[in-house]
Design a protein around this ligand. Structure first.
Ligand code: PMP
Length: 427
């Protein structure tokens, strides 16, 4: 493959000319120069099985030929003119995306990232409800802008600036949460925040349907149904952040919120929607969308022809290649293999997830659930050596996040599980 400049040179330039908040994985950072479907290649030509997909972004596969073709064809015709002129790409893409949504979720706003999508969703919630307060979950990640940083509830991602009126409720985490899997106890905490910490009215509630950055944490079953009812009674709208969970990744359903049997009022998307293109979207009802008609809501690049052509191609590829069913099958197989490892090693405290959105939490003591931070780091490096790239997450950095491109096969899952087995055995 293509080689490019060596890692040391790139790292030096990055240190000199890019902001110091950039971080990198691995003691000796990886220099990735090429990607093909579920594989990445470094500057030495070494191939890696990619089980993190550029942070759950490369949904269909690196440089997927059909998506690439759609992007290149549109790039040669017209790259940009903004939405002040008509162009069929954005309209066709919006129609296709709306057709994937349940209920009355039929109006699309395109943006460029997940942060922008959540920022816009929060604006709509506040305008529509006439209230200010937002409710979010502890352990959530919703973005890094001034507004969305407020929604995010992990101290590692928060700077000390004003973050608006946000209430962070107890996380309905079946593994670590104080109420176990008792959805009604967690829902009661939402009601308590409304009763004691607000004027009795809120703008809205936002949650990832499986927490991503927080370490692939699935919400206690039945939680969203109860909370949506409470929030709507308090005048708020319910927002589902599908930035990581959408587009069939969870296997049984196209959207993560469907696993909880709810229909949100606003859905936000990014990452997988573009298979690597900078693209995000907010989908809502005509009624809520209308609150932005009072003023101009404008986004120069949102839904530009190239990103729209690419995003539309993503939707088609997911259907044509039956990726949702595939995620379900491969995910079950992967979870099965990982649960066998959990029986073999005390260190593996929890294996969780759905489809190809999987978390492995490492603990030094299963009773106390003491985070095995150092062990996670050692295994992480070993996996890289063996040619497998996974993500890390959770507040304590002790959760492996397995979220590969959706073309990941059962054989890939076996390779990953074998590598994990070997790496843990060598601790
Ligand atoms: N929501 C979730 C669930 C995310 O995981 C992320 C990014 N990790 C965001 C929002 C923010 O997306 P972006 O980085 O594209 O702004």
């Amino acid at each position: 493959p293509y080689a490019g400049p060596p890692a040391d040179e790139v790292l030096q330039k990055r240190k000199t000319f890019l902001g110091p908040s950039l971080f990198h994985y691995y003691q000796k950072p990886l220099n990735i120069v090429e990607g093909k479907m579920q594989y990445l290649f470094d500057d030495t030509g070494k191939r890696y099985l990619d089980a993190f997909a550029g942070i759950v972004t490369v949904s269909c596969g690196h440089c997927h030929p059909e998506i690439l073709h759609a992007v290149m064809e549109q790039s040669q015709l017209l790259q940009h003119a903004t939405t002040i002129y008509l162009n069929h790409q954005i309209a066709d893409f919006a129609e296709a995306l709306a057709s994937k949504m349940p209920g009355n979720l039929k109006v699309v706003y395109f943006v460029n990232s997940g942060t922008e999508a959540n920022e816009l969703a929060m604006l709509m919630a506040r305008l529509y409800s006439g209230n200010l307060g937002m409710i979010a979950l502890r352990n959530a990640y919703h973005g890094g802008s001034a507004g969305t940083m407020g929604l995010t509830a992990l101290n590692t991602w928060k700077y000390s600036i004003p973050q608006g009126e946000i209430h962070h409720v107890v996380n309905p985490d079946p593994y670590r949460g104080v109420f176990g899997s008792d959805a009604s106890a967690y829902a009661k905490d939402v009601q308590d925040h409304i009763d004691f910490g607000t004027p009795g009215k809120v703008a809205g509630f936002i949650a990832e349907t499986i927490q991503g950055v927080g370490g692939a944490v699935e919400l206690a079953p039945g939680y969203l149904k109860r909370v949506y009812e409470i929030v709507r009674k308090a005048g708020g709208v319910c927002i589902a952040d599908e930035v990581q969970t959408g587009f069939g990744r969870t296997g049984d359903y196209y959207w993560g919120f469907e696993t909880q049997g709810v229909i949100p009022d606003i859905v936000t998307m990014a990452k997988g929607i573009g298979n690597g293109l900078p693209l995000g979207a907010v989908v809502t009802t005509p009624e809520i969308a209308n609150v932005l008609a009072q003023r101009i809501q404008f986004n120069t690049f949102g839904g530009n022809p190239v990103c729209s052509a690419g995003g539309h191609a993503v939707l088609k590829v997911i259907d044509k290649e039956r990726r949702q069913e595939h995620c379900s099958e491969v995910g079950l197989h992967l979870l099965g293999r990982l649960r066998s490892l959990q029986e073999k090693y005390e260190l593996i405290g929890d294996v969780r997830g759905r489809g190809l959105m999987v978390g492995i939490e490492l603990v030094t003591d299963r009773e106390l659930k003491t985070p095995a931070k150092a062990e996670t780091g050692v295994i992480f490096e070993k996996l890289r050596e063996l040619g497998v790239l996974v993500g890390k997450g959770g507040l304590h950095g002790n959760v492996f996040r397995i979220k590969p491109p959706m073309c990941f096969t059962k054989a890939d899952a076996d390779f990953l599980a074998d590598a994990m087995d070997y790496a843990v055995s060598k601790l």
